[in-house]
Ligand binder design. Sequence first.
Ligand code: SAM
Ligand SMILES: Nc1c(NC[C@H](O)[C@H](O)[C@H](O)CO)[nH]c(=O)[nH]c1=O
Ligand code: TYR
Ligand code: SF4
Length: 445
Amino acid sequence: MAAEGVAREFEFDCRPESDQSFGNALAKARSGDRLTVDDAIELLTTGSDHEGIDHARKERVLEAADRRRAAVVGDEVTFVANLNNNVTTACDTGCLFCNFKDPAAAFESDSPGESPGFTKTPNESRRIVERALNRGIYEVTSVSGLHPALALDDEHRAILASLDDPPEYRPPEVYATDPGTYVDQISAMSVGGVHVHSMTPEEAAHARRGTEWSYREVYDRLANAGLDTVPGTAAEILVEEVREVICPTKIDTQGWITAMEAAAAAGLSTTATIMYGHVENEAHRARHLKRVRDLQDRTGAITEFVPLKFVHENTPLYERGLVDGGPDPVEDELLIAVSRLFLDNVDHIQSSWVKYGDERGLKLLSCGADDFMGTILSEEITKRAGGSFGEARSIGEYVEMIDAIGRRPVERSTDYTERRRVDPDDPPHGPQLGPRADGTPLIER
Ligand SMILES: C[S@@+](CC[C@H](N)C(=O)[O-])C[C@H]1O[C@@H](n2cnc3c(N)ncnc32)[C@H](O)[C@@H]1O
Ligand SMILES: Nc1c(NC[C@H](O)[C@H](O)[C@H](O)CO)[nH]c(=O)[nH]c1=O
Ligand SMILES: N[C@@H](Cc1ccc(O)cc1)C(=O)O
Ligand code: SF4
């Protein structure tokens, strides 16, 4: 384990410096002017002309963001009744911030011992979604490792099998469990009117490897199979010098943007994320926000922005001493606030109780965030990285927490087009927007 204070310093080209002043940046933020990257650097650092955070200035940034949130979306706090159903943990991509993955070799039929993670067949996925639908959920989120046997569809499988040296491909027969194709999994999960939120840009890249297919072709076929919206993870930090350190074999910034544009062109709306608090600095965060805002100017397809705090405990970045922890709470607050102020074209900013816990997650709802994520019912990414805030929230817990901070609890659909205000004084509380939801509580405690 890395001891405190021994984290390696990186010689990045991009430094948190600017020609702007904190005062000017704050004035622009308050009056609703579109912010520049330099403005964002000033706000994220509370002034790049001095070391450390100025707490009085920080409060001014948070206050401006909270006001902006109130002006854009009012006092509603939304949440979704959803299920996470990740298909497989097999992944050889080797991102240094990730402990969700297991080496694919551990899943081969002749591998000794039990494999540490899981791979589900399409039938298993269907049964899991069916059961959750009966409990009232209406969204399934599915993000997975890049299993070497996963191909887009049968045609893609045949192409990969015919290549002399196929990229990251091994036939399903090699493995103890066949995950089927992406199209098999999506159509299996697309049952009973559930909304399928799946196929990140990284997964879409895996679904076209070894072919000349465009991302548009891939997302068109997936949409035909029942895909509804796309999670904008795999964004991490959209600056090459950071990706080279934390995820050197992942798609690059341009690849991520191309995939997101293709999803939008295929008629799918998306979320967008940032995974922050590892080796990057405030100038990288600011540039990332600019790339997301530019993308949204072109597509208008991003329904929400999701800041993901880096959870460090069990990750190679931490174990190898490249970082000595994740972001501190002040950085979380400023990141949420500046996301709200900078992304003037994205309506919703999510606070993740999985990453921050309830107490900090609620605080972030007063720093610019207005969405409190989903019930999820199962969680593996953060848990495996060392997070400990649990795997589910009930509608009752949502209502109680949101009411306690004086805001209005609202159940929403994935794309926010359907919304239902929940009356805190009329329990019991259960989901009502799902195709089989009848208001029965999702989780009995
Ligand atoms: C685990 S991957 C699964 C989907 C797919 N393999 C991909 O990379 O897009 C989904 C996302 O989880 C997030 N993630 C992984 N490990 C994390 C960690 N230790 N802390 C915070 N977020 C993490 C990353 O943002 C990553 O893009
Ligand atoms: N922030 C996290 C999420 N957010 C996704 C939501 O649950 C939901 O799918 C989305 O808002 C679309 O409606 N999911 C996680 O599993 N972990 C997070 O940290
Ligand atoms: N699965 C991601 C979170 C996520 C999922 C879907 C989204 O649309 C956005 C974010 C994580 O836990 O880190
Ligand atoms: S972040 Fe995704 S691609 Fe990277 S190692 Fe983890 S599961 Fe694999």
